[in-house]
Each structure stands twice: as C-alpha cells, then as structure tokens.
Design a protein around this ligand. Structure first.
Ligand SMILES: Cc1cc2nc3c(=O)[nH]c(=O)nc-3n(C[C@H](O)[C@H](O)[C@H](O)COP(=O)(O)OP(=O)(O)OC[C@H]3O[C@@H](n4cnc5c(N)ncnc54)[C@H](O)[C@@H]3O)c2cc1C
Length: 391
C-alpha cells in the first residue's frame, strides 16, 4: 500500500482534526496520524469553555468565528459538538476595571456581543454570588461550553467523509527530510510520504519538533479540575464564570454538577512528562479550588465534592501558540502551544493552518502574530489588558 498524501497531520486533537477537515474540503489528500485515540491529549480533558473575551483583536476575531461554528455545528461541520449556551461572565478586581472596559470595547469593535453588568444585575443572573468586591462584570450572553469529545470526533468524521484518512495508534517516531524539504514521517506501522507535514501534537509538540533538532518553548504542564454537586435550591445550570479575583473558573456540568478549575499562571510551573503524569486530582487541589469557589459563591459551602481529574496544557512563554513553517520553506509546520485556551479557537485555527499550508495570499486569519520568531525579536504576544491566562 502506498501511503502518499498531500499533507500529513501529526496529532488527532482539535487542531489536527479541524485542520484535516479544512484541508480535505479543499480537495487535498490528507492523513492524520494519532499515537493513541482521537482526543487523547488536552482536547479530551478540556473544560471546553466557549468565550470571546480576549485582549487582542486576532484572537477575539478567531473566538467569534469559532463561536458561530459551535452554534451551527451541524451545518458548518456536520454532527454534534454539544454546545450549551449558558452565558459567560468575567469578574475582575476594581483596579482591573479599566482594562476590562477596554477589552469589551475591542470585542464590540469586532462584533462580539458583550455587556457591562452591575453587581446587582450579576446577582440576579446568578443568585447568591458574592459581589461586594466588584465594580461591574463583563457578560457575554452567547458564551457557554461544548462537549470536547463530541466536537473532535465530529471533526474527525467530517474529515473522513471528505476523504481524509485517520490512523489511530500510529505514533510518529521520525520526520524525514530530503535536503531542505520534508518528505514524510516514520511510524512503527511503516513510512508515510508527504511534501507537507504539520505538527499538531499539543503537549507533545516540543518532542515532535525535537525529532528534527528544533527546540520550541512548549511545556507540557499538569492542570486539574474538580467537580462539585450543587446543593438543593441551586439545581439549575448557571452561567460560566471566570473569576480573575480568585483566579478560578466555574462551569455547569450535567448531573447538577459544577466543574471548577484555576486560571492561575503558576500552573505553568508544573511541567511533567506527558507520557507519565498523575491523571487523578489531588486532595489539596479540591480544597483550594473549593475554597475559591465558596468565597465567590457562598451557597456552594453545602456542595459535595465529586472528584475530578488532571490533564495537560501546552504552555508557551506568552501563553499563545506557535503557528509557523519551521524551518521556513521546509514544508514542516507547527501548530501547537495553545496554553490552556485553544479549544474554543479550534474551528478558526483549522482555517488558519489550511490557509498557511496551501499558501493562500489573503488568509482569513494570518498566523503572523503566532510566528516562532517573535520570541527572539522580543515581540511576545501581548493583549492591551491581560489578566492571567485569559489571552
Ligand atoms: C483541564 C483542561 C481544561 C481546559 N479548558 C479549556 C477551556 O475551557 N477552553 C479552551 O478553549 N481550552 C481549554 N483547554 C485547552 C484546550 O483543551 C487545548 O488548547 C486544545 O485542546 C489543544 O488541542 P491540540 O489539538 O493542540 O492538542 P491535543 O488535544 O493534546 O492533541 C495532540 C494530539 O497529538 C497526539 N500525539 C502526540 N505525539 C504524537 C506523535 N508522536 N505521533 C502521533 N500523535 C501524537 C496526542 O496523542 C494528542 O491526541 C483546556 C485544557 C485542559 C487540559
């Protein structure tokens, strides 16, 4: 069997599958090689919160584009993504209020629906919330969350329907070059040939890049989430909350559960081996995130702990991905390092990478901001007002 393709994608997470879908619909012969199963990396463990609150124009535009795809997934991609619209609120300390307002102005300029909520209006939206320390909140009525497994598998199925081939349990062990150009990859199942290869390996992105001697600043970091069963009287789903005062987030989950996690840059210090890390949740984490949740939502003092799990972020120095051709002109591309906020951008990233690989002159989303060279140039991505890992 000849395994020759136009493009090989390494990794079957949201980035690999969404890119495969976009390339296959342009008529290219595509292979996705996945070391394990679809969604086995960060994607399958994602909290999958869909918000548009970003502090630079490109990511805000990408988030809005992706929201429209999540909202109309069956038409745009096919199948289900489990998008649930709950609304999304951003809470910041009083000193960050001007930044919040400036970000909201930027979001409105690109067409995102976002409004300012007074503490009283916020309490109406989410009864029992502690609002004493807040001046106002940003509210996105269209925000919510998706089901990451459904989403990534629907992308994989849509790509297959368009002719893409997906090889599971097929780890790439080497990337082959002839001269300055990539010609394919090696796996225990044999060789695959293609003049273009995209590294979509998420937290393994650095390891895959190292196969050709590239050292990229993408660190696999262990992060945790915990579930809590809401007490009687609080059964109804609540909006997604990003609380930058207590560096934590909450989102409803089926079965009267609330999922809680941290938005704390300190999580980047927990670098691990992606092949062997503790995938269970620590007791100390449940206590810590539970305390932060109760400070914001005192009614949750009566919530019951319902376990949790750990997953991986692929963290870069500025918490933004690297999307680039490296080395330039080689046909080898990188699309990794989404630093804990990539799921919601997945639909737009697929478009960005497909445009880059097929050399579209006027791409919908230029990858220039995410070029690797920004670090050497002292030009890391910075939003106008960033708080923590919001992007
Ligand atoms: C706990 C948690 C919560 C999160 N919450 C959110 C959120 O609320 N909103 C949001 O937008 N984002 C969130 N994220 C981040 C988001 O999930 C990631 O940014 C996104 O899923 C990254 O997708 P990816 O395709 O780049 O990587 P991955 O999903 O990790 O995919 C990479 C794939 O490559 C495969 N692979 C690795 N090496 C090889 C190899 N050598 N050969 C073949 N295949 C290989 C892996 O098995 C894996 O399946 C969260 C992440 C976690 C862990």
């Amino acid at each position: 069997m000849t395994r020759t393709y136009d493009v090989i994608l390494i990794g079957g997470g949201i980035m690999g599958c969404s890119t495969a879908f976009q390339l296959a619909r342009r008529g290219l012969k595509v292979a996705v090689l996945e070391r394990s199963q679809i969604g086995a990396g960060s994607t399958g463990r994602s909290s999958a919160i869909i918000r548009q609150h970003y502090s630079n124009e490109l990511t805000a535009r990408m988030a809005l584009h992706s929201l429209r795809v999540f909202q109309h997934f069956d038409d745009a991609v096919g199948g289900e993504c489990g998008f649930t619209q709950t609304g999304f609120v951003v809470l910041v300390a009083a000193e960050d209020q001007p930044g919040l307002e400036a970000n909201m102005a930027l979001q409105r300029r690109v067409g995102i629906r976002t409004e300012r909520l007074s503490p009283e209006a916020l309490q109406e939206l989410m009864p029992g919330l502690e609002v004493q320390d807040l001046v106002a909140a940003a509210y996105e009525p269209e925000g919510g969350y998706a089901d990451p497994h459904l989403t990534v598998n629907s992308y994989a199925d849509a790509a297959r329907r368009l002719g893409a081939e997906i090889f599971l349990h097929t780890p790439v062990t080497a990337i082959r070059f002839q001269g300055d150009r990539v010609v394919g990859v090696s796996t225990p199942q044999g060789e695959f040939h293609a003049p273009r290869v995209v590294n979509c390996a998420g937290p393994w992105g650095r390891r895959v890049a190292a196969m050709v001697g590239l050292d990229l600043p993408i660190n696999p970091c262990r992060v945790q989430v915990a579930f809590f069963r809401r007490p009687p009287g609080y059964e109804a789903p609540h909006p997604v909350v990003a609380d930058f005062v207590h560096a934590s987030y909450l989102r409803p989950e089926t079965g009267q559960l609330t999922l809680a996690g941290l938005i704390d840059p300190a999580e980047a210090e927990n670098t691990v081996d992606p092949e062997r890390y503790d995938e269970s949740v620590d007791f100390d984490f449940i206590l810590d995130v539970g305390e932060r949740m109760v400070r914001r939502w005192p009614a949750m003092e009566r919530a019951e702990s319902a376990k949790g799990y750990a997953g991986l972020y692929a963290v870069t120095p500025d918490w933004h991905p690297i999307v680039d051709e490296l080395p330039p002109g080689s046909g080898l591309y990188i699309c990794a390092g989404f630093s804990g906020h990539g799921f919601k951008l997945g639909p737009a990233v697929g478009l960005m990478v497909a445009d880059m690989v097929t050399e579209v002159e006027e791409p919908t989303f230029s990858p220039h901001l995410f070029r690797f060279g920004r670090y050497g140039e002292g030009q890391p991505v910075r939003g106008q007002y960033e708080y923590s890992i919001a992007g």
